[in-house]
Design a protein around this ligand. Structure first.
Ligand SMILES: [Zn+2]
Length: 472
């Protein structure tokens, strides 16, 4: 089976190996972590159902003229993780789950970003989650284990890439790695200006930084810049990072630039089965791509925008067993992510102690999700929640563990109900093996067209091909 796939992949590479006329100078590579066709169609349906008084005039990435699907399986698993998928999208090679920038035999690979840099182009790598996360790190690092955060961060310093931006590092001082050090000192020694938050970035630019490492300044949310649904003010946003990345590279590189921007938190929200979280995170990703689209409109013959995903997360469907008429506008009632709701519930229970009543929890739920207020719930649905509330009070409820957050049973049940009201269904809190969509517009975009199913390894190879950069 695996062999057949390899043969199929090799055949696809032969098929795509034709010559293309348009050569992109400015390349945008957008990767929505966990963004399958369910996530994209949910966003599309959401926009299609906006009230008429808010006409939707912008071009969304899913409207691009070229689109297709890519398979995502890794060298070791039918269902990939972000490390193997990121490696495939960055290098054009399959690897085993858990590995970064190395093939299945642990031979280091040269990413498309490194090849672009070697060819004299500016390079920007950015993410709405940590910069040492699997997807961004696959573009600058090679490690047998995606959890080698300290070594991954150090390889970022050695990358010589112009612009690195994201939430933070998971092990900047080598504590987890048990090799004490300081990656920030290494970045500075390598000529980077290390900037924290928006003000820090502005100062770095004003002082003429030649290379920049731009990190969030909110230390309470170290593994992300802040979720779109939580609307954290003052934090960096992905659209802002894309905009700053363009400004940073455009004048400096007459040969053009390569930018990889990851919408990393779509995956976090998918793991948590947080419906409004996923929709708003995908919307934010779309907003970041629109910044590149504005640039494309000014340089249409020289710009290529490619939008895809590393894998799907959550098994998201539009429509559920209980609701086949989605009401995605309910997403506007969401005041916070599922994780923050769980924290607010814990806080309420602690504050009220033994005197806590269902009406207190119901008020919190209505305020933060609209359930039982703007979104009608039946007596049966409320009864189910009340039963779990009693179990929680009696310490008989179970905790639900997911990759990025643990949820109490009541929070989980409230968000299950909220998902049903929105009409968004889940099959898993993990990744799925479903193919993911790919969209392209601009110079060289036609190279992705009419090829039938592509594989994730085809994407960087096609980008390299149309850019006239030799595939190593
Ligand atoms: Zn994931």
């Amino acid at each position: 089976m695996k062999l057949n796939r390899l043969v199929a992949t090799a055949l696809m590479l032969v098929v795509v190996g034709v010559v293309f006329a348009a050569t992109p100078k400015y390349i945008f590579y957008f990767i929505g972590d966990g963004m399958g066709i369910g996530q994209v169609q949910t966003l599309r349906t959401y926009y299609q159902n906006l009230p008429e008084e808010a006409p939707d005039a912008v071009t969304h990435f899913y409207e691009y003229p070229v689109m297709g699907f890519i398979t995502t399986y890794s060298a070791s698993d039918d269902i990939t993780d972000s490390a193997a998928a990121g490696t495939a999208l960055a290098t054009g090679c399959k690897t085993r789950n858990g590995m970064i920038g190395m093939d299945a035999d642990t031979v280091a690979l040269t990413s498309i970003a490194k090849q672009m840099k070697a060819a004299g182009r500016g390079v920007a790598i950015m993410s709405s989650v940590c910069i040492d996360d699997a997807t961004p790190s696959a573009f600058y690092a090679s490690r047998p284990n995606r959890g080698d955060y300290y070594e991954i961060a150090r390889q970022g310093a050695a990358s010589n890439f112009d612009f690195l931006a994201g939430a933070y590092f998971r092990d900047p001082y080598g504590v987890r790695a048990k090799t004490p050090g300081n990656v920030f000192a290494e970045y500075e020694a390598a000529g980077y200006c290390v900037a924290r938050g928006c003000n820090g970035y502005e100062t770095a630019v004003a002082e003429g930084a030649s290379k920049v490492l731009w990190l969030d300044n909110d230390t309470t949310t170290e593994n992300r810049i802040g979720y779109a649904v939580d609307g954290v003010n003052g934090d960096m946003t992905l659209p802002q990072m894309v905009s700053c990345g363009i400004d940073f590279l455009y004048k400096k590189y007459p040969k053009g630039f390569f930018m990889m921007a990851e919408g990393g938190a779509i995956d976090h929200m998918g793991h948590g089965n947080d419906p409004s979280g996923v929709l708003l995170e995908t919307k934010e990703f779309d907003a970041a791509i629109q910044v590149a689209y504005e640039f494309y409109k000014q340089h249409p013959r020289e710009t290529l925008i490619v939008v895809t995903a590393d894998h799907e997360t959550g098994g998201l469907s539009l429509g559920t067993e209980l609701n086949s008429t989605p009401s995605l506008n309910y997403v506007h009632y969401a005041q916070m992510s599922k994780g923050d709701f769980g924290a607010a519930l814990r806080h309420l229970l602690k504050e009220k102690g033994k005197s806590v009543a269902w009406s207190d929890v119901r008020a919190l739920m209505s305020e933060k999700t609209g359930l039982g207020d703007k979104i009608a719930i039946t007596a049966g649905e409320e009864g189910q929640l009340m039963m779990i509330f009693q179990r929680l009070l009696n310490n008989r409820s179970k905790n639900i563990r997911t990759l990025y957050a643990d949820f109490d049973e009541l929070t989980n049940e409230i968000f299950k109900l909220y998902s049903n009201k929105l009409g968004m269904g889940w099959t898993t809190s993990h990744h799925t093996g479903c193919p993911v969509p790919i969209f392209a517009i601009g110079a060289g975009a036609e190279a992705f067209d009419g090829k039938g199913w592509l594989d994730n390894t085809d994407v960087p190879r096609i980008i390299n091909k149309v850019s006239g950069i030799k595939v190593k």
